[in-house]
Design a protein around this ligand. Structure first.
Ligand SMILES: [Fe+2]
Ligand SMILES: [Fe+2]
Length: 295
């Protein structure tokens, strides 16, 4: 795995194409050192770009505050919050974020308020969508929501994908997810979405859980931007249940799109990270809460 100090050298070799320098700070992740930063099953990433301070997901609600303080990031001064999908581990911090930033713009898919369940061995099955507190907070701020069924710009060169077509059907959503409490209606998490940013080093893609599939997501953004390559892909890749064929297919896509920095985290799964470690070499970057990258 490539040490972080080499990142800048490698990225500097890429021609300057666009004009929005981007800083990415990982505020919440499953991995953290446990001393300075608190680990939590969830994801939250701050994007500082073009004068905006965009929070992509909010984690489960436990570690966002303490980890932001450690990074000296002021959560009172956010301009936008983007919700990749409504699972609790991405939306638990919403009440605090909206309380601190009552005028913040919220980018969310129209599926936001759908009930969501994960099937366990026995009923009652687990509700894994918005918590009651998050639902209430979002309803109070519903006038601030920019609905993102389709690709939507946050500012120039910074976009939310909206729905991602499932062209590679074998990229299944990655779990026993359902829309009803009895777990009879499968939930494909159709509203799962990502962000892309045009940076001086190329396009940087940020994923939530990638329930839509990593390759589907990259292909969607490539089609929208007419890009044939990406600089970096960062975020949850939800490959816990992926078989060898899917891992190979995903790795082939990283190669085809000449992705230079691949930073899987959150729900990607240890076996998938190990696979990438073996097959992507120096392009793989280890992520934990507190990581900062500049593009
Ligand atoms: Fe997740
Ligand atoms: Fe999820």
């Amino acid at each position: 795995m490539r040490p972080l100090s080499k990142l800048e050298d490698l990225a500097a070799a890429v021609p300057r194409e666009q004009k929005n320098p981007l800083t990415v700070s990982v505020l919440v992740d499953n991995n953290a050192d446990g001393k300075k930063f608190v680990p939590e099953h969830g994801l939250s990433i701050l994007l500082e770009v073009a004068g905006r301070r965009i929070l992509f997901d909010t984690g489960g609600g436990e570690s966002l505050g303490p980890n932001a303080r450690r990074l000296r990031i002021d959560l009172n001064r956010l301009t936008d919050v983007v919700i990749s999908h409504s699972h609790y581990d991405h939306t638990g911090g919403i009440p605090a974020v909206l309380e601190l930033n009552p005028a913040i713009r919220i980018f969310a898919h129209p599926e936001l308020f759908n009930p969501r369940y994960s099937r366990g061995e026995f009923a009652p099955h687990r509700q894994i969508g918005l918590t009651e507190l998050s639902t209430k907070a979002l309803r109070r701020h519903v006038a601030n929501i920019v609905w993102t069924a389709t690709p939507t710009p946050i500012t120039e060169g910074v976009w939310v994908t909206g729905s991602i077509p499932r062209l590679n059907e074998f990229e299944e959503p990655g779990g026993a997810f359902f829309l009803d409490e009895k777990c009879t209606r499968p939930d494909r998490i159709d509203g799962d979405q990502a962000i892309w940013v045009q940076t001086p080093k190329g396009i940087v893609v940020i994923l939530g859980c990638a329930h839509a599939g990593v390759v589907n997501t990259l292909e969607r953004i490539a089609r929208l931007t007419k890009a044939s390559r990406f600089h970096a892909v960062i975020g949850g890749m939800h490959l816990v249940r992926a078989d060898a064929e899917r891992m190979q297919f995903t790795t082939d896509a990283f190669n085809r799109f000449q992705v230079e920095i691949i930073a899987p985290c959150h729900c990607t799964g240890q076996a998938a990270c190990d696979y990438f470690h073996r097959h992507l070499g120096d392009r793989l970057v280890e992520v934990q809460a507190g990581l900062k990258l500049s593009f």
